[in-house]
Design a protein around this ligand. Structure first.
Ligand code: F6R
Length: 656
């Protein structure tokens, strides 16, 4: 054996925004750009090997992963020396029904839930896919870019295919190498997987099963997360710790180009290039309960109500009271380095991008450091000038968003410091950043992001404080800022008490076809976020705009049927926002106002008012966003939408 391998359990520390090994970085840079993804890039994998019946564990794991993709689901087990596969278009429930009708057994299995990009979801396109012999099945997350060339070559050799997927091509390729190899055992299967994956251009996280090797599951990753769960006499393989955390909290996050053989009693990691494998065991910080709904009807509502706690978690241990500043050791930057920063670029997608916009306001206001916020999907293909004193932050809940990851890599490729603000511990962005800050918000399962947004804004407020205190911000101003931040969780609790009133407001407006969300300064990103939340879960068209910009076009939308949500706390620009509100009223527009407690004047102007407690201007987004989350939630529920799994979406967007 030439390659170095690691077998079983090796001691190690959890990865926590440490520097990534540079040889891996270089390899990432060699990855081709993914174009025209064909199949299932944002899906979930869960696999099990041990003594227990695999099917209930796999189905339970898939249910926990369903937020990652929910077009179709399937599984294969090995029982009585034979492979058994069940797969069905639709939700995991449809697969569970199929299995009840056609039961299968075995204590080793692989499974998958799919989010299709191209090609309609169908039974045939669902995973697992078998090789030509029918002895090997494969589940796959990612995109095999050169699948067509590989498929053409296989067809010429006599292979025929039952689906349109790239994954089936990979299964056939592994099967072909296995058939051609001498060894008909675990070693033969691993070598066949290695040979096939070396031919692949694109990204993958895979799990493969062979009826010739009933004691092993083979896995591999490149660009798509995969984690080994270590149990007692049993092991798991999954794309997401949430699928397996009910069974074990000891996990190994595989690195790109890792190939793994998972057995009941141990596991063995090799490198695709036969180099040295690095295995570190991490402890998952949360238990399975953190990813359960509890008494709440939806994850989204649970996560909205968690925010007083998650904001506290984001702040915990991160104040340096002696210096009236923040303590963010994970940034891995000295005070001198932080003082030398003269520009910040924040890059992100979706809700995280909105948090970055609030961050821009906070950092420029509190620390006077110029900031720019870039959509990661734009930044990665632009060539913006970045100099040595520019600091880049990639902001992401999942830590797996393809565009954000590519933006981070692009900045690192140019030799710049690139930091992460990330929720999922051990995620790719957390592992590849030069440093960063975890949100500590716990698992966010609802597809619409809520608690991650407020945790991101909290962390950005801490960064603003830290940078500010290294510049002109006085100790008194620093202390006042800390005091105000610490009061936010209680203030959110007060807002949440208006839950029933917000449900009633939702009932009044749920039939509107269009909504405007309007705010100014740091409440402009809140308007964007309010509009995004509403449209993604209720499918009502909504636009967020700076309140004063509205008269340059969107005001044409205003009539008695189009409600406007005004975010108008009593901040420095309150009077100006009021004038914009009057402009809408003058055109018979209905108005829902998010206003400061004690603002009685607004009740005379707005049709409905939701109050938030008073805070300093820069921190209002942490409060004003909460009613908008609840408004979107209740409108969507009242319209009968699938709030936690809105159509066409998936939680973690691992395709560009
Ligand atoms: C919207 C939402 C998405 C994500 C975006 C980025 O509610 O959840 O817009 O914010 O896909 O995801 P992360 O933060 O995981 O990079």
């Amino acid at each position: 054996m030439r390659q170095k391998v690691v077998i079983g359990i090796s001691p190690g520390k959890p990865t926590f925004f440490c520097s990534a090994p540079c040889f891996l970085q270089l390899k990432f840079l060699l990855l081709p750009v993914i174009k025209n993804p064909y199949d299932s890039p944002m899906c979930g994998i869960v696999a099990y090997i041990g003594k227990r019946p695999a099917v209930p564990l796999l189905v339970e794991g898939l249910r926990r992963l369903e937020y990652r993709g929910y077009d179709s689901a399937g599984l294969s087990t090995l029982g009585n020396g034979r492979l058994h596969t069940r797969k069905r278009v639709g939700r995991v429930d449809a697969l569970a029904t199929l299995i009840r009708e056609q039961p299968i057994d075995g204590s080793i299995g692989i499974s998958h839930t799919r989010w299709a990009t191209h090609g309609a979801p169908s039974d045939a396109n669902s995973h697992p896919h078998a090789d030509a012999s029918g002895k090997i099945t494969v589940v796959h997350n990612g995109v095999i870019e050169n699948y067509q060339a590989l498929k053409d070559a296989l067809v010429k050799e006599g292979h025929s295919f039952a689906s349109d997927t790239d994954t089936e091509v990979l299964a056939h390729l592994i099967g072909k190498h296995y058939a051609e190899g001498k060894l008909k055992d675990e070693r033969g299967l691993l070598d066949a997987a290695r040979a096939a994956l070396r031919q692949v251009v694109g990204t993958y996280g895979i799990a493969a099963l062979s009826s010739d090797c009933p004691g092993v599951i083979v896995g591999a990753r490149r660009g798509s997360p995969l984690v080994v769960g270590i149990g007692q006499g049993e092991h798991f393989l999954s794309s997401d710790v949430n699928a397996i955390v009910a069974h074990t909290r000891d996990v190994v996050y595989l690195n790109d180009y890792d190939l793994v053989a998972v057995r009941a009693d141990d596991f063995r990691v090799e490198r695709l290039d036969e180099g040295e494998a690095r295995v570190e065991i991490s402890k998952v910080a949360h238990d399975a309960g953190a990813a359960e709904k509890g008494d709440f009807p939806h994850y989204m509502l649970k996560e909205i109500f968690e925010q007083p706690q998650t904001i506290q978690n984001a702040m915990r241990g991160r104040f340096n009271r002696n210096e009236s500043s923040a303590a963010l050791g994970g940034l891995n930057l000295t005070s001198t380095e932080l003082r030398n920063v003269d520009r910040i670029i924040m890059t992100a997608c979706g809700t995280s991008w909105h948090a970055a916009l609030v961050g821009e306001y906070l950092i420029e206001e509190i620390a006077r450091v110029p900031c720019e916020v870039e959509y990661a999907s734009e930044f990665r293909y632009r060539n913006p000038p970045i100099d040595k004193n520019t600091l880049l932050f990639a902001i992401t809940q999942s830590g797996e968003t393809a565009d954000t990851l590519a933006a981070l890599r692009e900045a690192k490729r140019k030799g710049h410091k690139a930091l992460g603000i990330c929720n999922v511990v051990g995620s790719t962005i957390a592992r590849e950043s030069d440093g960063g800050v975890y949100l500590h918000a716990g698992p966010e399962v609802g597809v619409a992001s809520t608690k991650a947004f407020t945790a991101q804004v909290t962390v950005l407020a801490l960064i603003a404080l830290l940078l500010g205190r290294l510049r002109h911000l006085s100790a008194m101003q620093g202390s006042r800022f800390i005091q105000e931040l610490e009061s936010i969780p209680d203030k959110i609790t007060r807002i949440l008490k208006q839950h029933d009133a917000i449900r009633e407001i939702a009932a009044k407006y749920k039939d509107a076809r269009d909504f405007l969300f309007l705010g100014r300064q740091c409440n402009y990103p809140v308007a964007l976020e309010g509009a995004l939340k509403l449209k993604e879960i209720s499918y009502i068209h909504a636009e967020g705009y700076p309140a004063a910009e509205m008269k340059h076009g969107p005001i044409a939308l205003v009539d008695e049927k189009t409600p406007s949500v005004f975010i108008c706390p009593q901040d420095a620009i309150y009077e100006k926002t009021m004038s914009n509100l009057e402009e809408v009223r003058a055109r018979k527009g209905r108005v829902i106002a998010i206003a400061t407690e004690g603002d009685t004047a607004i009740s005379r102007k707005a049709d409905d008012v939701i109050h938030v407690p008073k805070t300093i201007d820069a921190l209002y987004p942490l409060l004003t966003n909460i009613p908008l989350q609840l408004l979107a939630y209740h409108i969507a529920v009242q319209l009968g939408r699938d709030v936690d799994k809105p159509r066409n979406l998936a939680k973690s967007v691992t395709v560009e």
